[in-house]
Design a protein around this ligand. Structure first.
Ligand SMILES: [Zn+2]
Length: 79
């Protein structure tokens, strides 16, 4: 729980407790936050798999920019 100091109407400061924000998925290579991946576990548990991460190679693991460079490196290495 997150502790916040808030002033009450009577004038004294009290500590209030708030739930922390859910962790967001980040790119494995560059660390940029990923889009299209739900924050909470409840949304990850239910619903179709297509709604849980992008339909792409390494979707939900690495960002599209890193995937593009990785595919370029792989293609050039295979020649
Ligand atoms: Zn990345």
């Amino acid at each position: 729980m997150k502790r916040l100091k808030r002033r009450s109407p009577s004038g004294d400061t009290r500590i209030i407790y708030r739930r922390r924000k859910k962790h967001i998925a980040h790119c494995m290579i560059c660390g940029r936050p990923l889009a299209g991946v739900p924050r909470n576990k409840k949304d990850l548990r239910k619903g179709p798999k297509t709604a849980k991460r992008p339909e792409r190679y390494f979707g939900g693991v690495i960002c599209p920019d890193c995937l593009r460079t990785a595919l370029k490196i792989a293609a050039r290495a295979s020649l």
